[in-house]
Design a protein around this ligand. Structure first.
Ligand code: NAD
Length: 515
């Protein structure tokens, strides 16, 4: 990158179209096409992370008050995994694909080429700043794109660090970082992008989608919502409470797939609450406020929002409930007696507060879930297969996890994404590669095919129409014996023609040889 562009990026006063042109020019050089180049950049990305783990930990501790261990467990391992997985598999993922053999089309060698989309934009949220920015970047690099990264303004230490490291480790003609908030992102979104991956809340997603519609930029949205957990009294209660509470308190509940609320049979409620309280005491024996294993809320406005939900609840706070505005601390909190229209049920909580909703049975739990937007995740705690199947088969969600929480985001080979209002499209691993890849269809039609396919050319007449319906119409499976077996294909005619032509040639050659 030229020193001018670099300065532009660092001061944040840029002409953003200049940045995009810069990346576009880099992309047009064709450097991202060779797999070897992509592997080299993916390795550089992995080392960008590995060489700077303590700096990332310090940045995230400063931004989120997060413990170094939580940063390793929830963020660094997974992001490194994305880069290394892409490094090992990019050659395989990028291979052209032949389509299944078809008598009609095989002669034209139909092939799917896996091509980069071009210059892509990744906008990420504050809660897992590294994983949600550099994870998708691995997919974008693997797919051969140039990329502009827009981290969250709510994590200034992380965002400054990433802006410093990206040009040092990665090709600055192809990968750049813009730091900024709403005004900068608004400007960036006025430009056309070959793909936008937006991770964040649904309100901003509408803004992003509206802006992208104006430039016809394709968008993947990774959003959030209220992810429920359904409890069956047959569950292993201690294990359930431990895994559920961990999903709720990790990153102080600021996790897109955190269990947002719990549906528990009324008859099991007291036992369940007791088990959850025991776990929270075990997690933070000295109290969460003095524990260095517990995060803080990212900003004053997010703190005020969550506290407001808690202040307005008509449920009973049965554990926790204390807050500290100065340090943005919200204690892990359990609230029972929560109704469907409670403040805690109106929006994604995104904090360490767990509303517990009593239900009569699993049917009521399913009805409760289906009356709301499709969640990003759904959790079922049960040892009974029929119970698990019943909940999963009768609901919809981005992912569905039995007997655990939040780990699905890190599971190799599984796509991570929402459905409907919780997001569209998906990422992680090969799914990120696919998101940033254009499937380019190619055919190479030999001249000989015109002997067979000339029915498509004008002037049209009855014979051509007959040929078309005979060879082009798909064969419909028979409803009854009277429907017959459908029409033959032009491919059969092609094979027959080739065979006939070969026979004529062979006979000709034999005759010549005998004279
Ligand atoms: P957010 O929507 O406020 O911000 C996300 C990004 O959008 C930031 O980079 C921000 O600068 C930008 N932005 C904010 N306002 C904008 C505007 N008016 N125009 C253009 N860009 C704007 O989200 P957040 O508070 O950082 O993150 C929390 C949300 O993200 C939660 O809803 C959570 O569920 C969701 N989330 C989803 C996933 C997922 O993978 N599905 C992962 C993490 C977080």
């Amino acid at each position: 990158m030229s020193s001018t562009t670099s300065a532009i990026l660092n001061t944040g006063t840029s002409s953003f179209s200049q940045v995009r042109s810069h990346l576009k020019n880099g992309f047009k050089t064709g450097r991202t096409r060779p797999i070897q180049f992509r592997k080299q950049q993916l390795l550089a990305l992995a080392y960008l992370i590995k060489d700077n783990i303590p700096r990332f930990q310090r940045a995230l501790a400063s931004d989120l008050g997060r413990s170094d261990t939580e940063t390793i467990v929830l963020e660094i391992g997974g992001t490194l995994g994305e880069a290394v997985d892409a490094y090992h598999n990019v050659a395989k993922w990028s291979k052209h694909e032949s389509v299944p053999w078809s008598v009609n089309w095989f002669a034209m060698k139909p092939t799917i080429r896996k091509e980069p989309k071009g210059v892509v934009l990744i906008i990420s949220p504050f809660n897992y700043p590294m994983w949600l920015l550099l994870g998708p970047l691995a997919g974008a690099i693997a797919a051969g794109n140039a990329c502009l990264l827009k981290p969250s303004e709510l994590t200034p230490a992380f965002s400054a660090l990433v802006a410093e490291l990206v040009p040092k480790y990665l090709d600055p003609e192809l990968y750049a970082v813009i730091n900024g908030a709403i005004p900068e992102t608004t400007k960036v979104l006025e430009l056309q992008w070959d793909h936008i991956m937006y991770t964040g809340g649904p309100r901003v997603a509408s803004i992003v989608l509206t802006a992208a519609a104006k430039t016809l930029s394709p968008v993947t949205t990774e959003l959030g919502g209220k992810s429920p957990a359904v409890i069956d009294p047959s569950c292993d209660l201690k294990l359930t409470a431990r895994r559920l509470m961990w999903g709720k308190v990790a990153n102080a509940g600021q996790t897109c797939v955190a269990p947002d609320y719990v549906l528990v049979p009324k008859s099991f409620l007291d036992q369940f609450v007791r088990a959850c309280k025991d776990v929270l005491k075990d997690f933070y024996p000295e109290g969460a406020e003095s524990s260095d294993s517990f995060c803080r809320i990212i900003s004053a406005s997010h703190f005020a929002r969550i506290k407001g939900l808690l202040d307005r609840t008509e449920g009973q706070i049965v554990y926790g409930g204390s807050t500290n505005e100065e340090t943005k601390f919200i204690e892990p909190t359990l609230v029972t007696g929560v109704n469907a229209d409670d403040s805690l049920m109106r929006e994604e909580i995104f904090g360490p507060v767990l509303p517990i909703v009593g239900v009569d049975d699993v049917d009521e739990a399913i009805e409760f879930i289906n009356a709301r937007d499709h969640p990003l995740a759904l959790y079922v705690f049960s040892t009974n297969s029929a119970f698990k199947s019943k909940v999963i088969d009768n609901t919809q969600s981005g992912s569905a996890v039995m007997n655990d929480t939040i780990i699905q985001a890190l599971a190799e080979g599984l796509p991570f994404g929402g459905i409907g209002p919780s997001g569209s499209g998906c990422n992680t691993g090969k799914f990120s590669f696919d998101t940033f890849t254009h499937l380019r269809s190619t055919l190479d039609n030999p001249g000989i095919m015109d002997y067979i396919m000339s029915f498509r050319y004008p002037p049209y007449n009855a014979n051509k129409r007959k040929l078309y319906t005979t060879f082009m119409f798909p064969s419909l499976p028979a409803r009854t014996a009277a429907d017959g077996n459908g029409a033959p294909k032009w491919g059969i005619l092609f094979i027959a023609s080739v065979l006939a032509a070969s026979s004529v040639a062979l006979i000709g050659r034999t005759r010549l040889g005998s004279t």
